[in-house]
Structure formats: C-alpha cells, structure tokens
Design a protein around this ligand. Sequence first.
Ligand code: PXP
Length: 240
Amino acid sequence: MRLCINIDHVATLRQARREEEPDPVLAAGICELAGADGIVCHLREDRRHIIDRDVRLLKETVKTKLDLEMAATDEMVKIACEIKPYMVTLVPEKRQELTTEGGLDLHAMEMKVSSAIDKLKAEGIKVSVFIEPQPESIDMALEVGSDMIEIHTGKYALIEVYDERILELDKISQTAKIAKELGLGVNAGHGLNYLNIITIANMLDIDEVSIGHSIIARAVFTGLHTAVKEMVEIIRRARQ
Ligand code: PXP
C-alpha cells in the first residue's frame, strides 16, 4: 500500500503569519526522504493554506508523484491543466468547512465533474474522485470517466460505537472490492491516524492512502522525518 502525505497543514502554520516558514515544499522533500510514496496538497478557492506558488514549485521538485486536490471549478481546472500534476483528486469544497466534510455527490455534479475530468485527462493528468464508501457511487465514478476513486474514511475515523465502526469498515471494504473488480484504482483517506490506519492497511483492495493531519501533528513533537517513517513502518507491518 502506498502512503501519500498531505502537507496542507505545514502551509496552515505558514499562513498563520503570512510569512515564509515553514515551507510545504521543503516538507514534501523531507516526506519523500522518509519513505512517502507521494505528496498531496489541496489548493482551495480561499487559499487558506496551500497557495499557487506551492503547487508550481511542488510540480518541479516532487520526485515521487504529486496529487493536487481541488474542486471541479473552471479556475482550478485551468490551474491544473497549466501545472500538470501527476494526478488530481476532485473533492467537494465549502468555504465554511474546517476540512473536506464528505465525498462528492456525483449524481448532482455529473456534468461539472465529467467536463473537468475530460479536460484534465486531455492534458495527461490522471483523475480520482473522492466518494463516500457506497458501492452505488462506483458506477457514477466510471460514468464520469474517473481513473481512480478515493474512499472517504472520515466517518470511520470518528465513529466510537464498535458495531457502527464495523459496519462502516464493511462499507469501505465492499466499495474498494467492487471498484477494484471494475478496474478502478482505489485510494482512501481522511481522518486516518497511527491507530485506525491498521484496519485500513489490512484491506488489500486499497492501493493507496492519503494522510495529513495526524502526521503533521505528530511531527510537531518528533520531527517530520520520524513522523513519516513511523507511519511507513506501521503500514508495512500491517501488510505483511
Ligand atoms: N483525502 C482528502 C480527499 C482530503 O480532503 C483530506 C484532507 O485534506 C485528506 C485525504 C487527508 O485527511 P487528514 O488530514 O484528515 O489525514
């Protein structure tokens, strides 16, 4: 299973002072040296953390692969088509939210998402759509022309009641299995940490996870290199 690190919160810290440190571009290099398989950043409409300059420099410096998370808006599609990251993950975006709150409603956004995907794919960019763990969403992901899905694990991460957690895990593994059978790449992310990653890492149909907050939070105490290495090691052991 590949581990991609979301470096948005390095930029959150920088933007708290609107100065130059800490630089998410430098953070990306440290993550790669520590064993990350990819770097993820979310360019939001309000530029609250990652800014355009970061995406441009990351495209030049990331040696593994760059996943640009973004909304399916004309502005973002134009930027992505210019910068050409390895891949784009399309997410819903609300100005008021603290973080992405759930998967895309592909029924409601079919036209917008499929038009964005057409333009991105025409530039050679691979595309993933962030969806809820519902097998029904897979048909829509295929319909809009996505190469991959990213399954939202945020609910699983927050559920405290054991039975409900098992049900949510079942939905995640069913969704992953069906998507895999239909030839889609399968990623997962949101809310994953050093404990709840183990069950997800045991799901062999999931190719890749995208993790940000828990790793950057741990890095405040241990340093980024150690925080990434520890997650790499947990995933490696879970997959053995
Ligand atoms: N995947 C998606 C689609 C996201 O929006 C985010 C948060 O930016 C993540 C993964 C990473 O979530 P977390 O920061 O909770 O690890």
